[in-house]
Design a protein around this ligand. Structure first.
Ligand SMILES: Cc1cc2nc3c(=O)[nH]c(=O)nc-3n(C[C@H](O)[C@H](O)[C@H](O)COP(=O)(O)O)c2cc1C
Length: 367
């Protein structure tokens, strides 16, 4: 294993912010919000523990409307009461000298009628598929969904804009559009789930339109240099697929160049074991998007300390986000810096529960 961590622990300018290292907290839904969808006290503690001077945290996905949740216990950012609770998160992180972006997501078809007072989940088109979602009754199969009417789209985009304004009111440093993992924006972009024939479907230009309008809504509130976008070009979570991921994501990345975003956040193919996709296409990763996107790239998915230094050294990414390792190691940057052992993560406590295996992982304790 390399002990050269020159790049992982070098400074980086992200939009207007000076980071002192490249170890980013990846967004992770943990389903521990209060019953009214406000961040709970234990969430404040979770983020406080993982803040490090000069570091960047990205929150779990927060929802721009009541109907946009796909899992009970996921936090909202659709009401003023959420702003007050998120402010506690932002303040706790800032007190330790770190920066924090809020990931904003509409879960789209990965949802259930029981989560939205009986209303059908929405998607660009009706394309039946199977997944499980977390409701009052635990993990249950998703319910059928319906296709959005074109005249519903402007108010949907407006709900994202308002959510991003609430994140600003809460004192966050920026917002990230969740355009990955088969949630609503991703289902517009990829042709396996977008079968529309109107201005939001068909050609890649039309499929990318919804995502680009969301980026513009966020940028109108924040300025583009405080807005990031997350994509998973080779991911299959949520039964998402595209007939030509390189063309779709290459086009999308090039379009994003017009804005001067804070970053593009790329989930690498290896995370779902998709080294080779079913149809034999080469997976799309940071290495390819680097050739299309002109701004900073955060890579995520299956990284360890040496792997992170490796991708920074190769030049394919500027920062590396860690999910599971950050869940069980609140002081992950310091453990990497000193090459300390890592605490194993506990999968059984990922989604829902209490402080156990959430905020009870200690910082490294010297023997
Ligand atoms: C418990 C859990 C919850 C997650 N929730 C989200 C989420 O809310 N938004 C998102 O974009 N990715 C989410 N992810 C994906 C992670 O951000 C990350 O891409 C993935 O865990 C791979 O990185 P890792 O190998 O460092 O864990 C989640 C992953 C896990 C394990």
């Amino acid at each position: 294993m390399t002990n050269d961590l020159t790049r992982l622990f070098s400074k980086f300018e992200l939009g207007p912010y000076q980071l002192s290292h490249r170890v980013v907290h990846a967004p992770m839904t943990r389903l521990r919000a209060s019953p009214d969808d406000s961040p709970s006290d234990m969430m404040v503690e979770y983020y406080r523990q993982r803040a490090s001077a000069g570091g960047l945290l990205i929150t779990e996905s927060a929802h721009p409307s009541f109907d946009s949740r796909g899992y009970i216990g996921a936090p909202g950012i659709y009401s003023d009461r959420h702003v007050d609770a998120w402010k506690l998160v932002a303040d706790a992180v800032h007190a330790k000298g770190a920066r924090i972006f809020m990931q904003i997501a509409h879960d789209g078809r990965q949802s259930h009628v029981d989560l939205s007072d009986g209303k059908l989940p929405i998607a660009p088109s009706v394309v039946p598929y199977d997944t499980v979602v977390f409701t009052q009754d635990g993990w249950v199969p998703n319910s059928p969904h319906r296709a959005l009417e074109a005249d519903e789209i402007p108010s949907l985009i407006e709900s994202f804009r308002q959510a991003s304004a609430r994140a600003k009111d809460a004192g966050f440093d920026g917002v990230e559009l969740h355009n990955a993992n088969g949630y609503l924006a991703d289902t517009f972009l990829q042709d396996g789930t977008n079968k529309r024939t109107d201005a939001y479907g068909g050609t890649v230009e039309k499929r990318a339109r919804f995502s680009l309008e969301l980026v513009e809504a966020f940028a109108s509130v924040w300025g583009a240099d405080r807005v990031g976008v997350r994509v998973s070009p080779s991911g299959q979570w949520g039964s998402i697929s595209d007939s030509d991921p390189e063309a779709t994501f290459g086009y999308f990345a090039r379009q994003l160049n017009a804005y001067g975003l804070a970053y593009l956040h790329v989930i690498e193919p290896r995370v779902m074991g998709t080294e080779t996709l079913d149809d034999g296409q080469a997976p799309v990763a940071s290495a390819f998007l680097r050739t299309q996107f002109a701004g900073p790239i955060i890579a995520a998915g299956g990284f360890d300390r040496a792997g992170a230094e490796g991708i920074l050294k190769s030049g394919d990414a500027d920062l590396v986000a860690f999910g599971r390792w950050f869940s069980s190691n609140p002081d992950l940057p310091e453990r990497f810096r000193r090459n300390l052992p890592l605490a194993p993560y506990q999968r059984d406590a990922f989604w829902g529960g209490d402080e156990r295996a959430y905020t009870d992982f200690p910082d490294f304790v010297e023997a």
